[in-house]
Design a protein around this ligand. Structure first.
Ligand code: NAD
Length: 485
């Protein structure tokens, strides 16, 4: 089960208790660039998950006891190795999930290293003030909780995986990670990296496999103590039901259908450029502002400028530095995106740009698409598509913009473009979302809370929120004069 991908050796077996472990069955990782199989990967199930959870439980007994400084040092060593391997990780990830190579090199892989550095440093200053109540001293401690199960999707595989793995390890949990079957390869490289960093056996484990097999076995496992899931709403419901009998605390980061509100007083160039950015990663971004709401007075100017700019987007092989967007992840996902667009057209909506596969490129490339004025109940306006498909509507007043923005089951993010600071604050306060950007997009600081409202998720991670989730937070009370000599 060894393959070479872009010149990099990949071991597609699981990583359990510090050893490579095989499975009787395997699956092919297929590249979205040309739909060719590029590596064989082990297809784990119940038995491999049991083995990994046992290894993680055993390792937990010593991992939970080592000092914070030692734990942080391991995480920094992992970050050092990731930094030294940015190129290797970037070329493999691009071949495996079809996201831009230039983004992996310059943004995503450095952020992967940052995930480890940040939580290592945060761990060292993690504190909660003691306080006295009628002379009794109250103290809060962050106790490691046990084995954390982590399940993540394919749209930014290593970044999203490590954004959970790093805080879990920092919190003193041991980890069983189930990577996405549509882009599983960098998880195998991460196992190599943790071994090279000297992480004790069993502290970090990878079970490769399909969601309905390995993922399902992990989510119902009675011995996991935390479950962090990033992915779609239907899978979240299945996982929540599977984990319910064990009363495992859940952290869910799910889909979105976020509003992108453009007021007439905005900087139009900035608004148009930022709106075009919602096509990034071929629309496969949970945070995308896919519902563009434009104030009536500037609607025509905005649409003209948007279309002029959208026509310059270069779609192509994500390994080409000149490409702006690449393919969809897989044939089933491509067909799903196409289905949404075809049904919208069938219902009488006309795309003003795009509207179908990019026939010049073939394969899984879908053209950046924009629909104008879908009715409020249109499927294309209500469902997360996770492709390069945006809708644009207009509004007459601030109140109407807020109503339209909040008319969704989701609540992950929102973008507001305005030149009026008071309005920005007023509207932000009324948008139901975990994250609101004013005159910007995708600016993230790991100290901040991250998560969504409604169907976009349960809980928050980032900074202290991550430790609140992965740790058993304990309050201890010390009585005054309670000590006997
Ligand atoms: P998905 O739900 O199909 O799969 C996500 C993960 O769950 C994969 O690892 C998969 O193997 C696993 N899985 C599938 N079925 C399972 C089951 N029955 N039991 C346990 N695990 C199972 O999602 P996807 O298509 O891979 O990813 C796209 C979705 O992820 C979109 O909805 C997107 O918005 C969301 N997402 C959210 C965030 C966020 O931070 N909020 C970030 C990225 C992606």
């Amino acid at each position: 089960m060894r393959s070479r991908v872009e010149g990099v050796e990949i071991d597609g077996r699981h990583w359990i208790g510090g050893q490579r472990v095989d499975s009787a069955r395997s699956f092919d990782s297929v590249s979205p660039i040309d739909e060719q199989p590029i590596a064989k990967v082990a297809a784990g199930g119940e038995a491999e998950v049991d083995q990994a959870v046992d290894a993680a439980m055993k390792a937990f007994q010593s991992w939970k006891r080592i000092s914070r400084e030692e734990r942080a040092a391991y995480l920094h060593r992992i970050a050092d190795i990731i930094e030294a391997r940015v190129e290797q990780l970037s070329v493999v990830e691009t071949r495996d999930n079809g996201s831009l190579l230039r983004s992996h090199r310059r943004g995503v892989m450095p952020r992967v290293a940052m995930n480890f550095r940040f939580f290592a440093d945060w761990l060292l200053q993690l504190t909660h003030a003691d306080f006295d109540v009628r002379g009794h001293r109250n103290h809060v401690s962050y106790d490691p909780s046990g084995v954390a199960a982590i399940i993540t999707p394919w749209n930014a595989p290593l970044m999203l995986g490590t954004w959970r793995i790093a805080p879990a390890l920092a919190a003193g949990c041991t980890v069983v990670y189930k990577p996405p079957e549509w882009a599983p390869l960098t998880a195998s490289l991460l196992a190599d990296i943790t071994a090279e960093a000297g992480l004790p056996d069993g502290v970090f484990n990878v079970v490769q496999g399909l969601g309905r097999e390995a993922g399902a076995a992990l989510s119902r496992h009675p011995k996991i103590r935390r479950l962090s899931f990033t992915g779609s709403v239907p899978t979240a419901k299945t996982i929540a039901a599977a984990a319910a009998p064990n009363l495992v605390p859940l952290s869910f980061e799910l889909g979105g259908k976020s509003p992108f509100i453009v007021f007439a007083d905005c900087d139009l160039d900035l608004a148009v450029n930022t709106a075009i950015g919602q096509y990034d990663n071929a629309g496969q971004v949970c945070l995308s502002g896919t519902r563009i709401l434009v104030e009536e007075g500037i609607r025509d100017r905005f649409v003209d400028a948007f279309l002029a700019k959208a026509r310059t987007i270069k779609q192509g092989d994500p390994r080409d530095e000149a490409s702006d967007i690449g393919p969809q992840i897989s044939r089933p996902h491509f067909e799903r995106v196409k289905g949404f667009v075809e049904r919208a057209i069938g219902a009488g909506l006309k795309p003003v740009i795009g509207g179908g596969p990019n026939t010049d490129l073939g394969g899984l490339y879908f053209k950046p698409t924009l629909f104008l004025d879908p009715p409020a109940n249109a499927e294309i306006l209500r469902e997360e598509i996770f492709g390069p498909v945006l809708c644009l509507q207009s509004f007459k007043s601030e109140e109407q913009a807020i109503d339209m923005a909040n008319d969704t089951d989701y609540g992950l993010a929102g973008v507001i473009m305005t030149g009026d600071k008071a309005r920005a604050e007023r509207v932000t306060a009324q948008i139901s979302a975990g994250l609101v950007w004013n005159n910007c997009f995708f600016v993230r600081d790991l100290r901040q809370a991250f998560g969504g409202n409604g169907k976009s998720g349960i809980g928050r991670e980032g900074g202290n929120w991550s430790f609140d989730f992965y740790c058993d937070v304990k309050n201890s009370v010390y009585a005054p004069n309670g000590w006997r000599a």
